[in-house]
Design a protein around this ligand. Structure first.
Ligand SMILES: Cc1cc2nc3c(=O)[nH]c(=O)nc-3n(C[C@H](O)[C@H](O)[C@H](O)COP(=O)(O)OP(=O)(O)OC[C@H]3O[C@@H](n4cnc5c(N)ncnc54)[C@H](O)[C@@H]3O)c2cc1C
Length: 409
């Protein structure tokens, strides 16, 4: 008799856990997925997650191989251009604007954007129908003990399960990470993000627009038109008290405030969803692995929502782990697999965390010197073609020297 119940046990069925379950299930492993809350509230629900995810080019291949792309493809809003706009702090008028165009480096768009509530619903359906994925709903991982040959997991309903590999995909406060005794380095910005959807009179033309003034970026990411109306997902980052104040405004006052903050580029914005509010931190786990265990996604790294890096980096985690697995007969928690995974991901995660934190701090700046430097920096990064192209490739996770992507490895 085998001395484990599952090849792989994944704690957390957020988007990252669902993608990992689909990808590892497709690769032939017996997977158990544990989460206390596997509900997938749709657009009509107050609990719907109105954040959106722009899957960058390298992530698409991973989703296709995991059998997740077909179910969402018809809802995609392609991102052909990333526009960065710097507004004058005093007047609110556009001071500098630069377009980063995907066709400059590729015959594909930068990525494809989807509302998170839709992703969660479709991915949960696909994973729920997979014969080799067992859903352990309504319970959480409460304790972990690792041995050389398996991880032993204690669940909140008093049962136990064993697996050759335990994956912690249980979010930024990961119980798995804590049970393994892995610490975190956390940087707080005193900032929160409001995430919601809007309609607007002018079309977005598949341009994702990041508008800088103070407090952090205001980003409009295209959603497909619906009922003849142009729609975008918005992430609005501000210092904490200001974000709380904005979150409490009436819809009409909120529309006024965000239209002003957007510089009026799409005309009057009209909020059409609940406003979610998220604290902004950068956080990295001190280690990505322990005996028979790996951390992925927000259990391993949390980034400010700039440049669509968060979940795309999580998908790169999953791709890296897969690249070290030799097939269903192989031991998914073997020391060589875990060492390879940690080696591939450690420095990239760290580099992204440092880079995105720096961009966020530049975006929060509100002194005249700092904002002038920000506008000059934007011009420099855009107007020198090799720098511009290098930056775009780096944002996508494409290595110039190796010609590979972090999600393809
Ligand atoms: C405003 C905003 C906008 C963003 N935009 C983008 C974007 O455009 N592109 C992008 O790539 N990323 C983006 N991100 C990041 C992205 O949303 C997150 O990376 C992603 O949603 C987090 O997924 P996750 O599965 O790691 O964690 P979570 O969504 O937090 O899921 C963790 C799951 O674990 C479960 N859980 C908790 N404890 C336990 C336990 N003890 N046992 C078992 N299960 C447990 C929870 O119930 C939950 O379902 C954005 C983030 C924010 C805040």
């Amino acid at each position: 008799m085998a001395d484990f119940d599952h090849d792989i046990l994944i704690a957390g069925a957020g988007l990252a856990g669902l993608i990992a379950a689909a990808a590892l299930g497709r690769a032939g492993f017996g997977v158990a997925l544990v989460d206390p809350d596997m509900s997938a509230p749709d657009a009509a629900s107050d609990r719907a997650d109105w954040r959106s995810t722009a899957f960058l080019q390298p992530s698409r291949g991973v989703l296709e191989r995991a059998g997740l792309w077909d179910g969402i493809a018809s809802e995609a809003a392609a991102l052909g251009t990333m526009r960065i706009v710097d507004l004058d702090i005093q007047t609110g008028e556009v001071r500098a604007s630069r377009d980063f165009v995907a066709s400059d480096i590729s015959d594909q768009p930068f990525g494809w954007n989807f509302p998170n509530w839709l992703l969660r619903r479709v991915f949960a359906e696909v994973v729920g129908a997979m014969a080799n994925v067992t859903l352990l709903r309504g319970r959480r991982v409460e304790g972990v003990l690792t041995r050389d040959n398996a991880a032993l997991v204690r669940l909140s309903d008093g049962t136990r399960a064993t697996a050759r590999l335990l994956i912690g995909a249980d979010g930024r406060n990961s119980a798995v990470r804590q049970a393994l005794g892995i610490g975190v380095h956390t940087k707080r910005f005193g900032q929160k993000a409001l995430a919601f959807a809007v309609t607007h009179p002018k079309p977005h033309e598949n341009i994702s627009t990041e508008i800088h003034r103070t407090g952090g970026p205001f980003t409009l990411v295209p959603l497909p038109d619906q009922g003849g109306q142009h729609r975008s997902a918005v992430v609005w980052m501000e210092r904490g008290p200001e974000a709380q104040r904005l979150g409490g405004l009436s819809d009409a006052d909120f529309d006024d405030a965000m239209t002003a903050r957007s510089g009026g580029i799409y005309g009057r914005l009209n909020v059409i969803s609940p406003r979610g509010i998220w604290p902004i931190i950068t956080q990295c786990a001190e280690r990505l692995t322990a005996r028979r265990s790996a951390l992925i996604a927000e259990a391993a790294h949390v980034l400010p929502p700039i440049g669509a890096q968060g979940l795309n980096q999580s998908i790169a985690d999953i791709a890296a782990l897969l690249s070290h697995l030799d097939g269903p007969g192989a031991d998914p928690g073997a020391p060589a697999v875990l060492a390879g995974y940690a080696r591939d991901r450690r420095s990239e995660v760290h580099m992204r965390a440092v880079g995105i934190s720096a961009l966020n701090m530049a975006s929060m700046a509100d002194g005249p010197m700092a904002t002038a430097a920000r506008a000059a920096g934007l011009t420099l990064l855009h107007d020198v073609p090799p720098v511009r192209r290098g930056l775009m490739r780096m944002g996508l996770g494409v290595s110039q020297t190796r010609g590979t992507t972090s999600a393809e490895r």
